[in-house]
Design a binder for this molecule. Structure first.
Ligand SMILES: [Fe+2]
Ligand SMILES: [Fe+2]
Length: 301
């Protein structure tokens, strides 16, 4: 979703309807989300500090009236007026006195917490995690290290956000791999491996029609290798996006260090030696170097 975009009336990336409110995502970019929020008359809603202290939320009233309590005085916010919060200490409770429509801008992604489409994909993701106990928490560990690595390289905020989402969902396409293959307690035959090879593209397809479609490319490329020996396309170095190169290093590291029914996980030291052996061949050299730095800082190496 780059370039110029003209949003016609009632068109949005996704609309979420709840009993008390409705939220439509109109635009997103560089972490910022622009939404229209409707709150039905008589309902309370809350503006919270949130986990991320960078978060700034802005609401401009287009229709209706809102009240909130400031000390012992009730304040009414009317159309043409607005409120915003940044580095908030406590929850602020507000009430929609009539049907309210607001333009709502958040500087950090929040829509995924409410999105029906993402909720469905979360269910698929946890189904795979539950099914494959050997890779339980694999996505979380990959995401955690992606986060640490991206803090050490200059990645635009947009790429960073996409990387964080892609790390969580990179293996979601495994939902289409038959259990007998996914859970096989031994090495796979060539034919069985053909099924595994489909999971990056299947993962991309699952995101294709969602507002997070941009992460599809990272998901599809996370098993590509610099020398073209990866799958599904055998892309080479410059054809692979940086976010997929980061996921590739951490995904491989986590796979090597995790126990499998047919083998014990490697130590961090041996897994790192392996990554270094294939740095510049399979994996991006710089990313492997930075990852080694991260593991040293954590006292793991
Ligand atoms: Fe994968
Ligand atoms: Fe993975």
């Amino acid at each position: 979703m780059t370039g110029f975009y003209y949003g016609q009336h009632n068109l949005c990336l996704e609309k979420v309807s709840k009993k008390t409110a409705e939220l439509s995502l109109l635009a997103k970019g560089d972490g910022t989300e622009v939404m229209i929020q409707k709150i039905h008359a008589g309902n309370y809603f809350v503006v919270s500090p949130g986990d991320n202290e960078e978060l700034m939320e802005f609401s401009y009233i287009l229709e209706g009236q809102i009240t909130y309590q400031q000390g012992d005085r009730s304040v009414t916010i009317k159309p043409g007026e607005y409120f915003y919060s940044h580095k908030l200490d406590e929850d602020i409770y507000l009430k929609a006195e009539s049907n309210v429509t607001m333009l709502y801008i958040s500087t950090q992604p929040i829509f995924h917490l409410l999105s029906n489409e993402i909720e469905e994909l979360n269910k698929i993701n946890s189904m795979i995690e539950k099914k494959d106990i050997n890779t339980e928490k694999h996505n979380e560990r990959v995401r955690n290290y992606c986060n640490k690595i991206s803090k050490k390289i200059s990645l635009s905020y947009e790429k960073f956000e996409n990387l964080m989402f892609a790390a969580v969902y990179h293996d979601i396409g495994k939902i289409n791999v038959p259990d007998a293959i996914l859970l096989k307690p031994a090495s796979l035959s060539e034919e069985e491996f053909e099924y595994i090879k489909k999971h990056p593209t299947d993962g991309r397809k699952l995101f294709e029609k969602t507002y997070l479609c941009d992460i599809g490319e990272i998901i599809e490329q996370h098993h590509e290798r610099l020398d073209g020996s990866g799958y599904p396309f055998g892309l080479k170095d410059e054809e692979i996006c940086i976010e997929a190169k980061i996921v590739a290093v951490l995904d491989s590291y986590d796979a090597m260090t995790s126990d499998r029914p047919y083998r014990k996980g490697l130590s961090a030291k041996i897994a790192m030696e392996e990554l270094k052996r294939f740095a510049g061949i399979h994996y991006d050299k710089k990313i492997v170097e930075i990852f080694e730095e991260v593991l040293k800082e954590e006292g793991i190496l």
